[in-house]
Design a protein around this ligand. Structure first.
Ligand code: 5RP
Length: 236
C-alpha cells in the first residue's frame, strides 16, 4: 500500500529516531526489540549493524518482530534464556513530556512489551513528534488486554471507571486476538486522563484484565524524530 506525502514524512521521522536510538546498542548487549512501525525501523538499523559485525541478542516483543529480526539475521532469544535485558527500544502511541509516561498497545503487543520493559535495565522510546502530548489520553484510548471469556462483564467493570470500552476488531471485522490469545478493549475517556497513576491501579484491580497500555515510569530516554532532526528527552 503506497503512503501519502504526510505519511512519508512521518515515516522518515520515525526512521531517524530509531536510527539514533540504535546507536546506544553496543557489542554483547541483550536488547529488547519493540513492536510497531517505528520499532521496525529499529530492527532494520540493528540488522544492518549485525551484518557489519555487531554481536547482540534480541528479545522480541511480538511474533511479528521475531519474524522480522530472524529475517535480518539478528540472533533472538527469550526471557527464559535471558531474564535480564540491558536495553529495550520500543515505540509508543503517546509520550507525556513532563513524566515520559506512555500509552502503548495500539499495535496490540502491549502485554509482551510490558513484560520485556519490566525486565529491562533501561528503556528507550522512539517516536515521531506527533506522539508527544501534555497529558496522556489526549489522542489515544488506553488499550486494555482482557481474557476473552466474559469480556462483556470486564467491559462493564471498565465503564465504572468512567471510560468507554470498545472491543478491538481485526481487518476482517473479527475480534482482534493478541499473541497471548487475548482480546483488547480500547478504553476511551472524553478528556485527557486526570491521574494516570490512579487509573493504572484501578485497571490492575479489574478481574479479567490481563494488562493495560499505560507504561508509567518505564522510559529512561525518548528519541523524537521531526522535521528538524532528532530531539532527546531523558528522565532525571
Ligand atoms: C504496539 C505498540 C507500538 O509501539 C505503538 O502502537 C506505536 O506503534 P507505531 O510505531 O506503529 O506508531 O505499543 O503494541
Amino acid at each position: 500500500m503506497s503512503m501519502s506525502a504526510p505519511e512519508i514524512a512521518t515515516d522518515q521521522w520515525k526512521r531517524i529516531a530509531a536510527q539514533k536510538a540504535a546507536e546506544d546498542v553496543v557489542d554483547g548487549m541483550v536488547v529488547g526489540l519493540g513492536s510497531g512501525t517505528t520499532a521496525a525501523h529499529l530492527v532494520e538499523a540493528l540488522g544492518q549493524r549485525v551484518r557489519q559485525g555487531l554481536r547482540i541478542i534480541g528479545v522480541p516483543t511480538s511474533e511479528q518482530t521475531a519474524a522480522h529480526a530472524r529475517q535480518l539475521g539478528i540472533p533472538i532469544s527469550d526471557l527464559g534464556e535471558h531474564p535480564s535485558i540491558d536495553l529495550t527500544i520500543d515505540g509508543a502511541d503517546e509520550v507525556e513530556t513532563r513524566t515520559l509516561d506512555l500509552i502503548k498497545g495500539h499495535g496490540g503487543a502491549l502485554l509482551r512489551e510490558k513484560i520485556v520493559a519490566a525486565a529491562s535495565r533501561a528503556m528507550s522510546i522512539v517516536v515521531d513528534e506527533t506522539k508527544i502530548v501534555e497529558r496522556l489520553g489526549s489522542h489515544f484510548a488506553v488499550p486494555v488486554e482482557v481474557v476473552p471469556f466474559g469480556w462483556q462483564t470486564t467491559a462493564a467493570r471498565l465503564r465504572e471507571l468512567k471510560g468507554e470500552p470498545q472491543l478491538r476488531l481485526d481487518a476482517d471485522g473479527r475480534p482482534f486476538v493478541s499473541d497471548g490469545g487475548h482480546s483488547i478493549l480500547d478504553l476511551s475517556f472524553r478528556a485527557p486522563i486526570r491521574s494516570a497513576a490512579e487509573l493504572d491501579l484501578a485497571l490492575n484491580s479489574v478481574v479479567g484484565v490481563v494488562e493495560h497500555g499505560l507504561f508509567l515510569g518505564f522510559a529512561s530516554k525518548v528519541f523524537i524524530g521531526g522535521p528538524n532532526g532528532v530531539k532527546l528527552l531523558t528522565r532525571s
